[in-house]
Design a protein around this ligand. Structure first.
Ligand code: NDP
Length: 332
């Protein structure tokens, strides 16, 4: 049996942002129709709390796909040459279960996460939103800039990062890449004050963004705090917002940005208006008024990885990209 191994560079090349946004739209439509199955992911932290490994199996009915992501998350890797998310997505063929591909999980996670925020932004942000604030300067910051530019007419960008030198590096590299005005700010408040799009993509464990700082009409993608113990938004930011999530069950299990305000009894579960499946299938009303503050809270779903990896595999098979290796044996 042949298994196709698709590394980081090939996976990135085969998954352009705008294409991935469409793949994610199709995936959430399938999810909303009940054509996807995935359990709550398992996350195992090393006893020294330096990093964790996550196991995320899933099945998708259309297109038919079966697989699992196994990835490590080492939040302290920003000061090293290593990405903070590394691993593999294993894709199995759905008729006989043979392993058809192993795809770089860092690449897929990087693109699909921002693509899902791009989809949420397309569905929730004001049409003319173009003043973007990004909190964080890592992999997701760069990917979210590309995603926001794919769905809205981004005119200018302000970036805040804990490490100010890394924010300046981001300004240099992203200005060269995209040719739009990007500046670094000393505080989160300065970054978000006039923004109509905000992306929070940090490893913060306590709130960095206060609801009081948000302008009427802004759309926020809150992406960083995707497992318990992490938080980027204060309670007021959630209470002031019309809240959507990627998948309600997963958000209520893992997103402390939502769970803490519920525990504090400032909001209840019904404060979450709906999920992306509801929005793409028109089962929930997104932005009701121009002045609404909309919030998309993302935790990341196994089925997003599966769909993106499957798409990359199909492209790679058509172009004969990646490397074929023998895996498994034929029955004699
Ligand atoms: P990177 O490691 O590339 O970047 C991490 C960023 O977070 C850096 O800007 C870093 O700042 C900042 N940061 C880390 N700790 C803190 C802190 N305590 N307070 C403020 N800022 C902090 O990671 P990624 O860009 O790949 O991911 C960003 C976040 O998004 C992570 O938390 C990750 O787990 C999460 N994520 C969520 C996904 C989802 O589906 N929702 C999917 C993928 C990632 P500095 O430069 O100062 O170190």
């Amino acid at each position: 049996m042949k298994t196709r191994i698709i590394g980081h560079r090939d996976a990135i090349e085969l998954l352009p942002m705008s294409g991935c946004i469409e793949v994610m739209a199709g995936t959430f439509r399938a999810l909303g129709r009940g054509e996807a199955v995935f359990p709550q992911r398992q996350v195992l932290w090393q006893p020294d709390a330096r990093g964790a490994i996550g196991l995320m199996p899933s099945w998708l009915g259309s297109p038919p796909a079966l697989g699992a992501k196994i990835a490590s998350v080492f939040p302290g890797n920003t000061d090293t040459p290593y990405e903070s998310h590394q691993g593999a997505i294993l894709l199995f063929e759905t008729l006989h279960g043979s392993l058809e591909a192993i795809v770089d999980a860092g690449a897929i996670t990087a693109v699909r996460t921002a693509a899902v925020s791009g989809l949420a932004t397309r569905l929730l942000a004001r049409e003319d939103a173009g003043d973007l604030a990004i909190l964080g300067a890592g992999t997701q910051a760069a990917m979210h800039l590309a995603a926001m530019m794919a769905v809205r007419p981004v005119r200018q960008v302000r970036i805040w990062n804990r490490n100010a030198e890394r924010a300046r590096q981001f300004v240099r590299s992203m200005t060269a890449l995209h040719g739009i005005p990007i500046t670094a700010t000393a505080t989160v408040r300065e970054a978000v004050a006039a923004a109509d799009l905000v992306c929070t993509v940090t490893g913060a464990t306590a709130p960095i963004l206060e609801g009081a700082w948000l302008a009427p009409g802004v759309h926020v993608n809150a992406v960083g705090a995707s497992v318990p113990g992490f938080r980027e938004l204060d309670t007021a930011a959630v209470a002031r917002s019309r809240v959507f999530v990627d998948w309600k069950e997963a958000a209520l299990a893992e997103a402390d940005d939502i769970r803490v305000p519920i525990r504090e009894k400032v909001v209840d579960e019904d404060h979450v208006v709906g999920d992306l499946a509801d929005l793409v299938l028109d089962r929930a009303k997104g932005r009701a008024h121009a002045n609404d503050i909309t919030l998309f809270k993302s935790v990341g779903l196994a089925v997003e990885d599966l769909a993106a990896a499957h798409h990359v595999f199909e492209q790679a098979a058509a172009l004969d990209a990646g490397t074929l290796v023998d895996f498994g044996a034929e029955r004699h």
